[in-house]
Design a protein around this ligand. Structure first.
Ligand SMILES: [Zn+2]
Length: 96
């Protein structure tokens, strides 16, 4: 379904009261999609937490990170972060 606000350009034009200043910003449809994805992720996390062991979740995530970052430099950095047991830094690699 086409967005009525931005016509699927994902950017909407905003005018001030006097229309002297016009600028663009991310359309409501983009924000709505982000919110939907966030909600799905939260529900998914609840299901995963209740049904899958911590070890299995960790191994799945680690495999995804390793598969995603294959170049030599990334592998070197990931090895080093793992050696230093920096868990929260490792987690960041899942989303970059
Ligand atoms: Zn839109």
């Amino acid at each position: 379904m086409k967005c009525n606000e931005c016509n699927d350009t994902r950017i909407r034009t905003v005018g001030c009261n006097n229309h002297a200043v016009v600028y663009t910003e991310e359309c409501y449809c983009v924000q709505w999609e982000e919110r939907q994805k966030e909600d799905l992720a939260i529900k998914m996390a609840e299901v995963l937490c209740s049904k899958i062991s911590k070890e299995k979740l960790a191994l799945t995530l680690s495999t995804m990170i390793v598969d995603k970052h294959t170049d030599e430099y990334d592998v070197h950095v990931l090895s080093s972060i793992t050696e230093n047991r920096e868990a929260s830094y490792l987690l960041n690699w899942a989303i970059v």
